[in-house]
Design a protein around this ligand. Structure first.
Ligand code: ZN
Length: 238
């Protein structure tokens, strides 16, 4: 016999209210307010967190150099780190990247638990949920860097170019991705060479420029970069 009462479904009004309250309290409470609840002895790494966009970018690129040379240190993956960040988080960079399974930001930049606020959509396409998530990082968590990461041989970019070339209808929700990437591809259609690779860079730069133009992200440094699947290296696009 079960010893606990059966759970009410989340869709019941009382449970939904409780969930929303708990979510809001957990997600939106400022880090400093929660900091007082955490034991001081469990926060030694907080001092090492980069506090400027340039320092954050340098830390990411240093981690990427380790990754590319197969010298990853896998920082912040131990039990002490898990305890340290259980009640507060101070990630130092927002990474907006593709969903591609070969480009996981924590591995590519050799970072660990609580270091990066990662947002991933196919082809780094922006929508309101993505913008809200980035704003949460910049405004609430005071993250100094937003990095938009495109990558070599991006399937979402390739699908977009295929659609532009053939005019064939794209199925279902994928059409939204093509719509988001299409202007980037169209802008570099006459450049000699690999249209997909040109679009990868052009699209990351266009997403970067859209974020830079938005007053919500003014407090942060916003950069675009391209990840090379063959070498493992990230190159900043300036
Ligand atoms: Zn991709």
């Amino acid at each position: 016999m079960p010893t606990t009462a059966p759970r009410r479904p989340l869709s019941s009004p009382a449970n939904r209210r409780a969930f929303l309250t708990a979510t809001a309290a957990t997600v939106l409470t400022s880090a400093t307010a929660v900091a007082s609840a955490a034991p001081a002895t469990t926060r030694p790494a907080a001092a090492a967190r980069p506090t400027t966009g340039e320092a954050a970018l340098a830390t990411l690129l240093e981690g990427n150099r380790r990754w590319a040379k197969i010298r990853s240190q896998h920082p912040h993956e131990d039990r002490a780190r898990r305890i340290e960040v259980a009640h507060e988080q101070h990630p130092f960079a927002v990474v907006l990247s593709c969903v591609d399974s070969r480009v996981p930001p924590e591995l590519v930049f050799d970072q660990g638990l609580g270091d990066l606020l990662c947002i991933r959509t196919a082809g780094e396409v922006l929508d309101e949920a993505v913008l809200g998530s980035i704003q949460y990082g910049v405004a609430e968590l005071h993250i100094p860097l937003v990095l938009v990461l495109g990558h070599e041989r991006c399937g979402a970019v390739a699908a977009t170019i295929e659609q532009l070339r053939t005019g064939k209808e794209v199925p279902g929700h994928i059409a939204r991705l093509v719509e988001g990437i299409g202007p980037s591809a169209w802008a570099c259609r006459d450049e000699p060479g690999d249209w997909v690779d040109h679009t990868v860079a052009a699209h990351a730069e266009r997403m970067r420029d859209a974020l830079r133009a938005d007053v919500a992200f003014r407090p942060a440094t916003v950069v675009a970069a391209r990840y090379d699947l063959d070498s493992g290296r990230v190159r900043v696009l300036r």
